[in-house]
Design a protein around this ligand. Sequence first.
Ligand code: URP
Ligand code: ZN
Ligand code: ZN
Ligand code: ZN
Length: 479
Amino acid sequence: MRTLITGGTLVGPLGATPTEILVDGETVTALFVPGSLPEDLRGSLRDGPDSSVDRVIDATGKYVIPGGVDVHTHMELPFGGTSASDTFATGTAAAAWGGTTTIIDFAVQRTGEVVEESLAAWHAKAEGQCAIDYGFHMIIGGVDDQALKAMDYLVANEGISSFKLFMAYPGVFYSDDGQILRAMQRAAESGAMVMMHAENGIAIDVLAAQALARGGTGPVHHGYTRPPELEGEATNRAAVLARVAGNCPLYFVHMSASEALAVVSAARGAGHNVFAETCPQYLYLSLEEHLGAPGFEGAKYVASPPLRTNTASHHDDLWRGLRTDDLAVVSTDHCPFCFRDQKELGRGDFTRIPNGIGTVEHRIDLVYQGVASGRLSLPRWVETCATTPARMFGLYPRKGVVAPGSDADIVIYDPAASTTISASTHHMNLDYSAWEGFQVAGKVDTVLSRGTVVVAGGEFHGRAGHGRYLRRGLSQYLR
Ligand code: URP
Ligand code: ZN
Ligand code: ZN
Ligand code: ZN
C-alpha cells in the first residue's frame, strides 16, 4: 500500500514547510518539495490513485505532524479500590481520535511483588487490545534488592528504560529517600531514567488528617492539603538525590507548580540531567474554579498534584517553561474515573476520591490552543507533544518525526476547523469531561498509525490489536 499525502504543511521542531509525503506500507519513505515529485508520482496527483500510488490524501490548507506521543497514561490502573475506567482498548482508541499514535503506560509493581510478574500482568492487559502502538514504564512501588536487579533486567531485555518512583502516597507507592537514592544509583549505572512523582507525601498525610478532623471533607481540601511548597520541596530533594547518585537522569512527571519549576530551571541551568513534563490540566484548570466547584463537582478535578490556585502565576510560569524547554514534554497523566460510580467513593472524605483526570483524547488540541493564542510556536507544539517525548524515552526516530524510515504515524490537522469538547461526543470511557464546553480552535482531521488510516472523515477505522508493543532504548535526550 503506497500513500501520497499532498498539499499539506509539514510541521516539525525545525519549522513548517510545504511537503509531499510518500508512505510505503508502515513507513515514511520519501519527502518531496512541492513541484519536485518524480514523474510516476505526479500522475497520481493529476488523476488520483494509479499504479504508482494506491491512495492520495489531500492535506491542502492543513498541517501534517508526527503522531502524538503521550508518555504518561494509566489504562485500567487499580487505585483507591477501583480501576481507571479506560481499558487499553477504549483508551488507545480515544487517543487515536485525538491524534496520539503512541502511548507509554505505567506498569505497576507494588511492595512485595516480583517486578517481572507485575510486568507480565500489564502485558496481558494490553496485548491484542491497543489501537495504537504502546510501550511501558515501570512503577517500582517496592524498592528492594530484587527490584533493583529487575530494573537492570528490564532495561537490557524488556525494552523498558524508565522507572517511576513516588515521594507521595505513603503505604501505597511511596519510596523513602534511601530507597530513592538506591534506585537512582542503579539508574545512573544503566542509563535508565528515573521518573519522579514529587510531592512530600508524609507531610501531606498529616495535613489531610488535620483537615478531615476539622470537618474539611470536600474535594477542595485535596488541593489545600497538597500545597505547592510540598511539590517544590520534593522536587528539590529528588534533584539533590539524583546528583548525589551520580547525576542519574531524572524526569519529573505532571509538574504543576511554580515552586517545582524553579527547581528544575536551576538544575538545568547548572547542567544537570533534569527534565520535566506538565499536563493540560495544570496549564488551564484551577483550584478555585474547578477543584473548588460547588457541592461534590470538584471531585471531577481531583488529581495529584492538585490543580493550583489562580491567584498565583502557576499557569503563566508553566507556559513559559514550555517555551524555554525547562518543561520539555506535555503528557496527559490520563487516569480516568467516572463521576457517578467511582469519584463517588470519596463523598464525605476527599482522601478517598480516586485520583486522576481523563485527557488522552484532547492533548494535541489543548496544546494547540497555545499556538492559536500566541503562547507557543507551531514547531514547539509538535516538539512538546511528539518529538521530545519520543526522544526522551528512546523511541526516536521511529516515532516523533515524519522522516524517511520513520513509522508512518501521521496526523493531518485542520487549523481552520473548530470543536467543543463534551462527554457526549468524546470517545474515552468516562461519564464526564473535565473539559466540558471547552472551545477548541483546530481539529484532528486524519490519523495514520503505521501507514493505516485509523481516523478519517469523522469515523474510526482502527482496531484493537493493530497497536504493537514498543521496546524502547535509553533516553536520547541527555545532556
Ligand atoms: O492523580 C493522578 N495523577 N493519578 C495517577 C497516578 C499518578 O500519580 O500519576
Ligand atoms: Zn504521579
Ligand atoms: Zn500518572
Ligand atoms: Zn463508569
